[in-house]
Design a protein around this ligand. Structure first.
Ligand code: UDP
Length: 383
């Protein structure tokens, strides 16, 4: 009998595109059993909306915290204040947050202030440098302190948590639900007309797909990286560069300055998930500082140069799919040229068993909530 479970109320809080992509499969699972309250801080409103439409997620509370030129301080303060009211009104039994954004931190902290247990999905990632990624590495460390239940994607993530003294019975290795989301899309990929015509226009070219938006690369590092990529593509006529440009003005302005009007450089608006996955699949090489892209690449068998000095996702490197560029544009230049002249690595990257998950993470999380967190097994046995 599921009577006891279905009375429980779970509040899911997110605010950015990757959180929504990763939480969408979890929300759909939760809704089969629990009262599920979906809260969006809208930390990145414009990037979030298309994901919610695509994954058919209805938001119960929209906090509209986003402001022009927002800072982590502002997002955190505004989210905390607004979450206080929502949590007071909804009185959830559990709060679920995902990842490492400022929304993740404020969602966990708001839960703690209300003495409501918090579950953290994608727990245990560590770069070892609190300033890289910034402020995400500190966000995730703080959320690990606050959370009661830790849903780790990999055994390595679990080990990181255990090394910090988190009790083993509170840590569950579930896989990352991004693989659930990705698998569901790979089954029904239907790219838009716009993307199909881009693919046609670039037929026969080696496509370099770029995403870059990390705060710690803003400024000179990002400018130099873009210059290196521009010159690389200009030098080799059989290359093209495709860049769905992040909406952050710090990325947009630099991109316009360095890349606009260049031959064989395609600057796009942020893409819907299906189109982006299709482009990943159609690319020769991906250059990215995104966490999610590192997690998706193994399932797509695509090589990624990680535009960062550290990664908290060493599994992608161990799987042979990704290489760390480091923070240096010179190193990027050298790695691009080396892998262009000798394609051994690029050609060797094949689809592998995804180290971040098998596509069943959201089902596992639901089962853990039922069997361990709300202990319905016991309730069922005694009912
Ligand atoms: N993504 C997307 N459209 C784009 C670029 C990326 O849907 O134009 C997806 C990508 O497949 C991945 C996620 O967004 O699932 C990554 O988000 P982002 O790079 O913003 O954040 P991060 O992963 O670095 O936290």
């Amino acid at each position: 009998m599921d009577f006891i479970d279905s009375q429980k109320k779970i509040m899911v809080i997110f605010g950015t595109r990757p959180e929504a992509i990763k939480l969408a499969p979890v929300i759909h699972e939760l809704k089969t059993v629990f009262k599920t309250v979906v809260v969006s801080t809208s930390q990145h409103l414009d990037l979030l909306k298309p994901v919610l439409n695509l994954f058919e997620i209805e938001v119960d509370h929209e906090l509209k915290v986003m402001t022009k030129n927002q800072t982590p301080h502002r997002v955190c303060a505004r989210s905390l204040e607004k979450l206080d009211k929502i949590i007071t009104a909804e009185k959830p039994d559990l709060i679920l947050v995902q990842g490492d954004t400022t929304t993740t931190l404020s969602g966990a902290l708001a839960g703690f202030y209300h003495r409501i247990p918090v579950g953290h999905i994608e727990a245990g990632l560590r770069s070892g440098n609190i300033y890289s990624p910034f402020p995400e590495e500190m966000n995730r460390q703080l959320v690990s302190k606050i959370a009661t239940y830790h849903f780790a994607a990999t055994k390595g993530n679990r080990d990181n948590l255990l090394a910090e003294g988190i009790p083993t019975e509170r840590v569950f290795v579930t896989g990352n639900p991004i693989v659930d989301a990705l698998k569901s899309f790979l089954e029904k990929l239907s790219p838009s007309e716009k993307i199909l015509s881009l693919i046609k226009e670039t037929e026969g070219k080696k496509r370099v797909l770029l995403t870059t938006h990390r705060r710690e690369s803003f400024g000179e590092t990002m400018r130099q990286n873009l210059i290196v990529l521009r010159d690389f593509v200009a030098k080799h006529k059989n290359l093209c560069l495709i860049f769905p440009v992040h909406l952050n003005p710090k990325v947009k302005d630099l991109t316009c300055e360095v890349l606009s009007g260049q031959e064989r450089v395609y600057l796009l608006e942020p893409l819907n998930y299906g189109d982006f996955i299709f482009l990943m699949k159609s690319s020769w090489l991906i250059v990215s500082d995104s966490g999610g892209v590192q997690e998706e690449a193994p399932s797509l068998g695509k090589p990624v140069l990680i535009l960062r000095d550290t990664t908290e996702r060493p599994e992608a490197i161990q799987a042979g799919v990704a290489k760390l560029v480091g923070g240096s544009p010179q190193k990027l230049k050298q790695m691009l040229e080396t892998n262009y002249s000798v394609e051994t690595w690029i050609k060797s990257v094949k689809e592998v068993a995804n180290p971040f998950g098998d596509g069943r993470a959201s089902k596992r999380i639901l089962k853990i909530l039922l069997d361990e967190v709300f202990q319905s097994k016991k309730s069922r046995a005694s009912s």
